[in-house]
Design a protein around this ligand. Structure first.
Ligand SMILES: NC(=O)c1ccc[n+]([C@@H]2O[C@H](COP(=O)([O-])OP(=O)(O)OC[C@H]3O[C@@H](n4cnc5c(N)ncnc54)[C@H](O)[C@@H]3O)[C@@H](O)[C@H]2O)c1
Length: 355
């Protein structure tokens, strides 16, 4: 059974989850965390104190020097394309953080590079791995709701995400690119339908006053090719005092029933001094310790990354991409980007956009 050798590009806020995932896959003999690259040398050094890997400030040098099977791309959104294409051309399998790219052309470029090199291109759409969402999909696909007529999604981050976590590139992103993209993909996944039309409105106020020139909130009404319309409300200006870093949920209504999922509050509540009342999405990430006392993380935030390693191992063992079954592919990344780009096109023109 193969054990893929992996490099990570980008070890910032979310990169730490990739480091955690491949470290613990190492404990299980599934993958080896070989190397990681980040242009921020100080951060890279900091990460080497907690994780064992060969550090590089240039991902090209990492790919040239290390015998890798695969990389994961966890850099700011606009950089996924260049890195993924470079790695695919070098014959490496690629997991890209969402969004695959911030342009339709970029996604097509990445898909083409992966196809040419016969390598796997996956997108980290981890909401597909949430057991609640999987159950929703099974019900919808079984026809329990009949024909879906309409739906509603909300995803809202606390303001520190764009203001404090990545002020350097938040202005190049938006609630649609950073948050909406998750649910654009999830809604496609659950309904098995593609978006065909979008009309969006947005507001720039709070963040612009703070010097971050991007939308506070974006509301998009999307028609899908199964006839359903779904409203997506996204924002990242929720006050720091809100009970969780993200508030999120989805509901779908069909001819025979409805489904609702509060994908933030799974019923676990804490109230500690200095933190106030907190609700927790324990399905996403939860810290555990194995029998040896080593830290291991569980949840769909890990499962999606681990699925990439399992898929790469199947390919290394002689399997084909067709053998992998269902996974968030480059095509899925393209469709989600097509919608996010359509949302922004509608914001710019004020009109309905055909996708
Ligand atoms: N799946 C999720 O739920 C989720 C959550 C947060 C972020 N993300 C995605 O993960 C990606 C990273 O987000 P983040 O919050 O960690 O951002 P971040 O800014 O905290 O980290 C990005 C890292 O990439 C590094 N970097 C920049 N250019 C590079 C290059 N050319 N080569 C190597 N490293 C480079 C930066 O120095 C930084 O350390 C984004 O695409 C974001 O949308 C996904």
């Amino acid at each position: 059974m193969a054990k893929c050798r992996v490099g990570i590009v980008g070890v910032g806020t979310f990169g730490i989850n990739h480091l955690r995932c491949f470290r613990q896959l190492g404990y299980m003999g599934v993958a080896e965390l070989v190397a990681a690259a980040d242009v921020n040398e100080e951060l890279l050094q900091e990460r080497t104190r907690d994780f064992e890997f060969a550090p590089y400030t240039d991902y090209r040098e990492m790919i040239a020097r290390e015998e890798l099977d695969a990389i994961t791309v966890v850099t700011p959104d606009p950089l996924h394309r260049e890195i993924a294409v470079y790695a695919a051309n070098a014959g490496l399998h690629v997991l890209s953080e969402k969004p695959l790219d911030v342009t339709v052309e970029g996604c097509l470029d990445m898909i083409e590079a992966a196809e040419k090199a016969s390598v796997l291109l996956m997108v980290d759409f981890h909401k597909r791995y949430d057991e609640y969402h999987v159950a929703m999909r099974q019900k919808v696909q079984a026809g329990d709701l009949g024909d879906i007529e309409y739906g509603y999604v909300h995803m809202e981050d606390r303001i520190e995400v764009p203001r404090d976590w990545f002020p350097g590139w938040a202005a190049n992103s938006s609630p649609a690119w950073f948050l909406g993209i998750h649910f654009y993909d999830l809604t496609r996944f659950i309904m098995g339908a593609d978006p065909v039309q979008v009309w969006a409105t947005g507001v720039k106020k709070r963040l612009r006053d703070l010097g971050v020139d991007t939308y506070d909130s974006i509301s998009a009404k999307v028609m899908f090719d199964n006839g359903a319309t779904v409203a997506f409300d996204t924002s990242w200006i929720i006050p720091y005092e809100f009970e969780a870093i993200v508030n999120q949920g989805i509901r779908l209504v069909g001819t025979k029933g409805l489904l609702e999922c509060d994908s933030q509050d799974r019923g676990t509540i804490t109230c500690c001094e200095g933190e106030g009342m907190q609700t927790h999405n324990m399905s996403f990430l939860r810290q555990r310790f194995d029998k040896q006392g080593r830290e291991v993380w569980q949840g769909y935030g890990m499962d999606s990354i681990a699925d990439f390693a399992h898929n790469v191992n199947v390919l290394l063992d002689g399997g084909t991409i067709e053998d992998l079954g269902d996974f968030p592919s480059g095509y899925d990344g393209l469709q989600a980007t097509r919608l996010a780009a359509g949302v922004h096109h509608s914001l710019e023109t004020g009109g309905i956009v055909e996708l």
